[in-house]
Design a protein around this ligand. Structure first.
Ligand SMILES: Cc1cc2nc3c(=O)[nH]c(=O)nc-3n(C[C@H](O)[C@H](O)[C@H](O)COP(=O)(O)OP(=O)(O)OC[C@H]3O[C@@H](n4cnc5c(N)ncnc54)[C@H](O)[C@@H]3O)c2cc1C
Length: 522
């Protein structure tokens, strides 16, 4: 039923919905594409279905980092370490086509508190298999010559790497087609039929009904809660919005993925307000990706000028040369987020024949291949490579029964979700753990062991500017790429703002060159 090997999947005409299939994968993002490809390669008859098409959801909004650095010790880190291994394996085959770069990641600390927390985290990560080197403030420039001087130190994560997410989805979907899989675009899952034992037997879509022989895999990303509901069950997956800024191509001056130490805590925080810290990386095409923010505002696609300005300011504070860069565009995406920030991978606890592979928050690109490996091991009854209990859908069964699952959000922006206004400081620090002090750090051949007292005073704080209320004004300024920064942040407008926050150092306010990314113009 799957079609012959080598069949073209992208660029071919619309595929009809099959009458029946062994495995139906819902959602052709990076997770669905990886799962479908792996299962088809294992010889199963698989249909990959999407209401739009490949990479139509969050997978076209991610930055493409495959990270160990932001994972907390435990199941989170175990998953990431295996994920990185699998990306390296795939890169042997797909390398250039997915723009794979084993570039390494550098996490930097602005102050002693951040540094302590970073070293504590790095210590515990390294004990579980992460390759981390502590970097003295004075040695940061060996790794990143263009970094600001105003940093206390950092940690270098050799295993962090990068791919181009859309190219990766494309590669996996083509691989899926080559294994005989069938891709159906434009079919939205709307309901399901179950047998007397509650086992899922067929799925209703806007293109018709498909009978399911073995199982359905729900890989519908931030919509997975709603898709689960349509399939007769519940899982708590909510969209967590993130902004990303893209500069015009620049001569390369950022070598690694560089982020603030506060970024790690924003990934794992309780999500009660806006979290924002800088992640900076160059891409193969020369553009720079600047991220990112996290907030629960439903599926609102409205760009927020204040967030854009904050991201720009924080990025410029790390790399003063960015003040010369022009912003090409900005966009938002929706991370599929669970209450405990761990993905949901495994058999549904209420509906037989249904598996979930979702809830990867800001790590779905990095975790796609390991997720596919886990799903395959579950379907074939093989011993998994790690403890899967932390990812089991059953851990949320009580919440699902009491109706605290995702609201109905498909097709329309979820305006019912109230925008949260409480905004904690843009960069929180990692939670303090009782852990070894930095002098206890094992040497492990680390050539850049941290030395105290080699840094400059903390970055200055400036009062936040108030932002323009009009998003369209801001957008047209970016698109023409010649706007002075005051068009990004109008000091006279009465929109958001007023809170003090970290702003660019001198480099960020360089005059004369119409800097788009500066944060301190008037
Ligand atoms: C700003 C930002 C930056 C990020 N950066 C990174 C990063 O650097 N590294 C990283 O690893 N991750 C990153 N992520 C997270 C990553 O992008 C996601 O975890 C990942 O893309 C989720 O993939 P997915 O396949 O689960 O979901 P999606 O890509 O959203 O795919 C779900 C698919 O399901 C389809 N669908 C929905 N409902 C239905 C239905 N009823 N019927 C049929 N189809 C349906 C949708 O059309 C969509 O194509 C980032 C995310 C954001 C927002």
């Amino acid at each position: 039923m799957g079609g012959g090997p080598g069949r073209r999947v992208l660029g071919s005409g619309p595929q009809p919905l099959p009458a029946g299939v062994e495995v139906l994968v819902v959602g052709a993002g990076i997770i669905g594409a990886a799962v479908a490809s792996r299962l088809a390669a294992a010889g199963l008859d698989v249909c990959l279905l999407d209401r739009l098409g490949p990479a139509a959801g969050t997978s076209s909004a991610g930055e493409g980092n495959v990270l160990v650095s932001d994972k907390v010790p435990g199941p989170d880190l175990a998953l990431a370490l295996r994920g990185v291994e699998l990306w390296h394996e795939l890169a042997g085959e797909a390398g250039e086509r997915v723009e794979f770069e084993a570039k390494g990641g550098l996490v930097v600390a602005h102050d002693e508190k951040e540094l302590d927390a970073l070293f504590t985290l790095a210590e515990s990560q390294s004990q579980l298999g992460a390759h981390v080197e502590l970097v003295a403030a004075g040695a940061l420039h060996e790794l990143e010559p263009a970094l600001t001087e105003d940093l206390r130190g950092g940690a270098y994560y050799e295993q962090d790497c990068q791919v181009q997410p859309m190219a990766a989805v494309d590669f996996l979907v083509r691989q899926f087609g080559a294994h005989g899989g069938r891709l159906v675009r434009g079919a939205e899952v709307v309901g399901a039929e179950h047998d007397g034992q509650g086992i899922l037997r067929s799925v209703r879509t806007t293109m018709g009904t498909v009978a399911v022989g073995t199982c359905v895999v729900n890989a519908s990303g931030p919509w997975a809660g709603e898709v689960a509901r349509r399939l007769g069950t519940g899982i708590p997956v909510e969209p967590r919005r993130g902004h990303v800024l893209v500069t015009e191509p620049e001569p390369p001056f950022v070598r690694h993925k560089v982020c603030e130490a506060g970024y790690v805590s924003t990934v794992h925080d309780d999500g009660t307000g806006l979290a924002c810290s800088a992640v900076v990386e160059a891409t193969r095409s020369g553009t720079m990706l600047l991220g990112s923010s996290r907030e629960f505002v439903g599926f609102s696609r409205e760009l927020d000028p204040e967030i854009i300005r904050t991201i720009a300011a924080r990025a410029v504070a790390l790399f003063p040369d960015l003040a010369r860069a022009r912003l090409m565009r900005a966009y938002v995406g929706f991370r599929p987020t669970t209450p405990d920030r761990l993905p949901i991978i495994g058999a549904d606890s209420a509906v037989g024949g249904l598996y979930h592979a979702t809830g990867h928050e800001g790590a779905g690109i990095g975790l796609a291949l390991v997720t596919a490996e886990i799903v395959e091991s579950l379907l074939f009854g093989r011993a998994p490579s790690m403890d899967l209990a932390p990812f089991a859908p059953a851990r949320f069964a009580a919440a699902a029964r009491t109706g605290t699952t995702s609201s109905s959000v498909l097709n329309v922006p979820n305006e019912a979700v109230e925008r949260r206004t409480a905004r904690p400081p843009a960069s929180a620090v990692l939670p303090p753990h009782a852990a070894p002090r930095r002098q206890d750090w094992p040497s492990k051949g680390c050539s850049r062991r941290f030395a105290l007292g080699a840094t400059s005073p903390p970055l200055p704080y400036l009062l936040a500017r108030r932002c323009c209320g009009s998003v369209s004004t801001v957008e047209s300024s970016w698109l023409h790429a010649a706007a002075p920064s005051r068009e990004l942040c109008c000091p006279t407008a009465s929109g958001h703002g007023g809170r003090p926050e970290r702003a660019a150092s001198d480099g960020g306010s360089s005059a004369g060159s119409a800097p788009v990314l500066t944060a301190s113009s008037t």
